[in-house]
Design a protein around this ligand. Sequence first.
Ligand SMILES: [Mn+2]
Length: 303
Amino acid sequence: MSRPLILDFDGSAGFLDGTVVDLRGRQEAIRFGCRMSALRALGDELAPALSAMPSTVFLGSGDYHHVSYLLIERLRRLATPMQVVVFDNHPDNMRYPFGIHCGSWVSHVSRLPFVSCVHVIGITSADVEGFNVWQNHLAPLNSGRVRYWCVGRDLRGMRRLGIKRSHSFATVSDLLDQFDHESRTWKQPVYLSIDKDVLSPDVVQTNWDQGVMTLEELERAIGMVLKLVIASDVTGEVSTYRFTTRYKRILAALDHQPEIPEGSLTLWQEQQQAVNRRLLSMLAGVSEHAGQFGANALEIALP
Ligand SMILES: [Mn+2]
């Protein structure tokens, strides 16, 4: 069982027992969004830590979800087609003209030739409805390389644009039944990316608007694909940061990130750690069965 790797940009996930990489010096550059070149520079710095094939990487706040792209992109060396399963309250497949960011990384992943499909599960955000539909990358939705699994949204706008493989369900339970039905036939390995904003605010608090899943529902969904999972990451820690760069302050404000009330941060981080330990106990064994998909070859292939 490999220890989790903690990418500590923001001090939020540092309480877990794992290998910590101190990246606080990169917080301003990477948080929320960055140029692809900045992400690649981060990838170079992380190469030694990633060569140990951690089964789970903690990225901190959902503001770093685009770092998942780096973690998935390096699986190219496995030379096997795979699916990516993302639990998130948002599509993370939006248009963003300045490089890659926490709300657009899924579209970049969907263009990787070895990724056959990205399933984004648990979306309750209005990003998928009405005029907001036009802010989504539509081509991968049309082709079915990206599929949304929403709860309680109206996807008629998407249907009118010919998007057929994304669905909204009345309840999480309905969604899980369908996911169970489909995933039973899957053969390809799965990369799993969990943004805890998919969970109801009764379970944890993140610094984004949140979905409706309970922890038990999330665990049930993970369980459906667990034997296929070759690697995973977790985001959605709660943390605050005031950007020193003005354009980043403006972009973050446009996305209406809620303020964290004074005095709540410590309690919220404790709730988060309890969830992290539960997720980790599920995911810790991933590296043991990853070998069947050639994931051991990854270690050998690394310089
Ligand atoms: Mn996300």
